[in-house]
Design a protein around this ligand. Structure first.
Ligand code: SAH
Length: 355
């Protein structure tokens, strides 16, 4: 049900919620589909442009709701890779970042779910900036709206929830945004082209499975050893790797999808021969593939403690590591870093420090 407080922004309402609203107002349900399509398919921000609605209804809606959520702040473009980083502003002046990453066969948009992040992973710039608040489903969707309106060189084909924040700690709004993307009336992007990435909130993985949404899931693994994960990802002390792997196994089976394991290469921490063995063992038990990511420097944040000591595994060692895993029949993708020249690469998103 819709509560009074939410009623001002219509952006973020799912089709079901808009239907409930229209029915409660005595309007026919098909009007909900029209409004939904204008908002998310045509990305219109003004009720007056919704030309197939009666004038009186448009007036009533505009007296009750507004539609737009985020505004464009700045952007940076990397000429060498054509990666583009956007800074968007929420209505209370918080800044978030989204990145468009063009590749040969697809163009991926990386979106944020929170302002900052509470997880404090030692290798991640967003963790260093701290946590401010959750984004609404409307704000999550509007990153797509603003980026796709601007980035018209080639259309966005894929979305990854890998920007700032932990999507599963903003569970309700993340799921609402997925429900919006899942509707045929929205855009050409189906859930098959969307990946939600999590550092491992085991009970929420289970809950996501129960929504029946069948979105692809990426898991930020980074080490197969509990003690090492505890050090570099403090959230592991609350939800252990073991518990997460159980949840992921069930998710993969129920949704019939493969889990993507993400693995940032940290010199001396997770790049040893025993890590190769442990990875091969773990991955043989679950339908999955591995994304190996060179560690992107956090030097621009000048971190202290463990964060300041982390170094990327040298490229030659990353190549050997990858080859050895492939020999063990593990599917491995070696991601090349894109956007580090504009601090838009994985783990480099941070805007300005939250006090
Ligand atoms: N909280 C979610 C989504 C955001 S992080 C999660 O943890 O999955 C998205 C990806 O970027 C994760 O795999 C994360 O581990 C990776 N990443 C973080 N910091 C990085 C860095 N400095 N270099 C390379 N990748 C990094």
């Amino acid at each position: 049900m819709i509560n009074e407080k939410e009623i001002r922004t219509l952006k973020g309402f799912t089709l079901q919620e808009i239907k409930e609203y229209f029915v409660s107002e005595g309007e026919p349900a098909f009007r909900a589909e029209q409004v939904f399509k204008w908002m998310y398919g045509d990305m219109v921000d003004d009720f007056d442009e919704m030309s197939n609605l009666p004038k009186a209804l448009r007036t009533k809606l505009s007296e009750t709701f507004y539609i737009d959520t985020l505004s464009y702040s700045t952007s940076e473009h990397s000429p060498s890779t054509r990666t583009k980083k956007y800074v968007f502003e929420t209505s209370d002046g918080s800044k978030i970042e989204s990145v468009v990453i063009p590749e040969k066969k697809r163009t991926t948009l990386c979106i944020s779910t929170q302002v900052g992040c509470p997880l404090d992973c030692k290798f991640c710039a967003t963790g260093l900036m701290g946590y401010k608040k959750n984004l609404t489903a409307g704000e999550i969707f509007d990153q797509f709206k603003l980026a796709s309106k601007d980035y018209n060189e080639s259309e966005i084909t894929n979305i990854v929830y890998m920007g700032m924040g932990e999507p599963l700690l903003n569970f309700n709004e993340t799921v609402k945004s997925l429900k919006i993307f899942a509707e045929e009336l929205t855009t050409g992007i189906s859930l098959k082209k969307i990946t939600v990435s999590t550092a491992g909130i085991a009970p929420k993985i289970k809950e996501l499975e129960e929504t029946g949404l069948k979105v692809k899931l990426a898991f930020s693994l980074h080490s197969c050893f509990e003690e090492i994960r505890n050090k570099i990802m403090p959230i592991n002390k609350k939800y252990s790797l073991k518990e997460n792997i159980e949840a992921l196994k069930s998710y993969a089976a129920k949704t019939n999808t493969r889990i993507t394991f993400e693995y940032v290469m940290l010199e001396g921490i997770n790049d040893r021969d025993e890590d190769i063995k442990a990875l091969a063992r773990l991955m043989s038990t679950i339908p999955s593939k591995l994304n190996i990511i060179p560690f992107n420097s956090l030097e621009h944040m000048n971190p202290s403690g463990l964060a300041g000591q982390l170094r990327s595994t040298p490229m030659e060692r990353i190549q050997i590591f990858t080859d050895k895993l492939r020999e063990k029949n593990i599917t491995v993708m070696l991601r090349n870093t894109q956007g580090d020249d504009i601090a838009a690469a994985c783990g480099q998103l941070a805007y300005p420090k939250i006090e």
